[in-house]
Design a protein around this ligand. Structure first.
Ligand SMILES: [Zn+2]
Length: 260
């Protein structure tokens, strides 16, 4: 069982790795860069998933402690009840809240990284795929925009019919087939959260976003290697504490860990 301090320390190390990925993503140019970045990002996503498990078991432990303290308090004599403080319970409650917040941040972080991975082509053919998916999404949105305009003109209240036709997808979260679905689901989720009146503005904003994504995806250049083969970097070892590549064999230059 890891202590909160250990978890906090690990969180800041992982945060650094995520920051690095975000910075690197910004300057990616070639398919080869993208392949490497993709591989590094998968490792960090896995790290985040494991960290989420750590947090979940920490939270479970705190819930047990809380339960125990409550039971003890109810068993206490009248004087102890009067004089005892609830600081232990307050502390456990605080940890549970913190763990929940951290878990939510991880869920958001993973979604962000997946979103970036989905727009980072590692080959010419993938670039083509992503670009045509984005164009399709733009087409759908343009159609939706027309619909919204029309329905806004008629009544101002029934534009939300088209939601929920992309739900029910829960498997295959990695891979190019899942990518389109993920993007659609994200879009649908955000859209569902948008009030009718704002839908038009939302769609317009998304259209601009997809246009920007399209430009981003198309800026990648390079020759296709053997397109389908995994890059050699797949064999590169990564530190299982910070997720960075291991350059030398005995210590991680990223975080100093020797525990991989
Ligand atoms: Zn490391």
């Amino acid at each position: 069982m890891k202590s909160w301090n250990e978890l906090a320390q690990h969180a800041s190390v992982i945060q650094k790795s995520v920051d690095e990925l975000l910075q690197k993503h910004y300057v990616l140019q070639s398919f080869l860069d993208a392949q490497e970045w993709d591989n590094d990002t998968r490792v960090v996503i896995e790290l985040l998933q494991n960290f989420e498990k750590d947090l979940t078991s920490f939270k479970g432990e705190q819930q047990k402690i809380l339960e125990q303290l409550k039971q003890e308090r109810s068993r206490n004599s009248i004087f102890k009840k009067v004089f005892s403080t609830r600081s232990g319970e307050t502390e456990a409650n605080g940890y549970i809240k913190k763990a929940d917040a951290a878990i939510q941040s991880i869920v958001d972080g993973i979604e962000l990284l997946y979103g970036m991975m989905d727009q980072t082509p590692a080959s010419k053919s993938e670039q083509k795929e992503i670009a045509s998916e984005l164009r399709l999404l733009k087409k759908e949105l343009t159609f939706q925009k027309r619909e919204v305009n029309e329905s806004l003109r008629k009544t101002r209240s029934n534009a939300r019919q088209k939601t929920a036709n992309l739900t029910g997808l829960n498997s295959g979260f990695i891979g190019s087939v899942a990518r389109y679905q993920r993007t659609s689901i994200r879009l649908e989720k955000e859209r569902a959260l948008t009030p009718n009146e704002d839908l038009k503005a939302f769609i317009e904003k998304k259209l601009v976003g997809f246009e920007r994504d399209l430009n981003w995806v198309m800026h990648f250049t390079g020759e296709d290697q053997n397109d389908k083969t995994q890059p050699a970097s797949e064999e590169v070892k990564h530190c299982n504490y910070c997720g960075r590549r291991i350059v030398t064999s005995d210590v991680c230059l990223g975080c100093g860990s020797t525990s991989y």
